[in-house]
Design a protein around this ligand. Structure first.
Ligand code: ZN
Length: 184
């Protein structure tokens, strides 16, 4: 049975370490680790997670997107593991939107990210893939990819004024919704 792994918090050196290449995908241990990472992401209600966030400094990440309370417009994406991902291209055009992170609970920030990315990665079976992501999924990819390089989302903000606590974030989101309703 896959198990839930403890999640490293900001301050833990592993969060600030550049991860090495993924180990041998052919071992039972690695395949079990990938299952554990998927379960951990799901249990924590994350849209993604990276191996360094569970104290394993290897270039492995999960993307798993589904609409929820915080991100009602998030697209559906089956949980997908990306091994040794690389960015082939990213658009110069960027956009700002809210992000959060399992390793920095309680903090939200508006983060500028490229609107589009083209990437390569390997599947858990070692198959080479290319993919293009845009909008929310580009943001999700770039957030997790940053973790592989020891970077967290608050490093990317334009201003510390774009960083808020969860409780206030909820209020901001609610008042934005109200404004939207007022305009109708
Ligand atoms: Zn994160």
């Amino acid at each position: 049975m896959p198990k839930t792994l403890p999640i490293a918090q900001l301050g833990s050196p592993v969060i600030r370490t550049v991860a090495g290449p993924a180990g041998d995908l052919g071992t039972k241990e690695m395949q079990e680790f990938i299952d554990d990472l998927m379960v951990t992401c799901n249990e924590a209600k994350g849209m993604g997670i990276s191996a360094p966030q569970v104290y394993r400094s290897e270039r492995i990440m999960i993307m798993s997107s589904t609409p929820n309370e915080r991100y009602p417009h998030a697209p559906e994406m089956e949980p997908t593991v990306l091994i040794d991902p690389e960015i082939l291209w990213q658009s110069e055009q960027s956009e700002k939107d809210w992000e959060g992170c399992l390793s920095l609970p309680g903090i939200r920030a508006m983060v500028p990210r490229a609107k589009e990315v083209r990437v390569t990665y390997r599947t858990r079976d070692g198959e080479h893939k290319k993919a293009s992501f845009e909008g929310f999924l580009a943001r999700l990819f770039l957030h997790e990819y940053d973790h592989l390089n020891g970077i967290v989302f608050i490093d990317r903000v334009d201003s510390t004024l774009d960083v808020v606590m969860e409780q206030e974030f909820k209020r901001i989101i609610a008042s934005n919704d109200e404004k939207r309703w007022d305009q109708k």
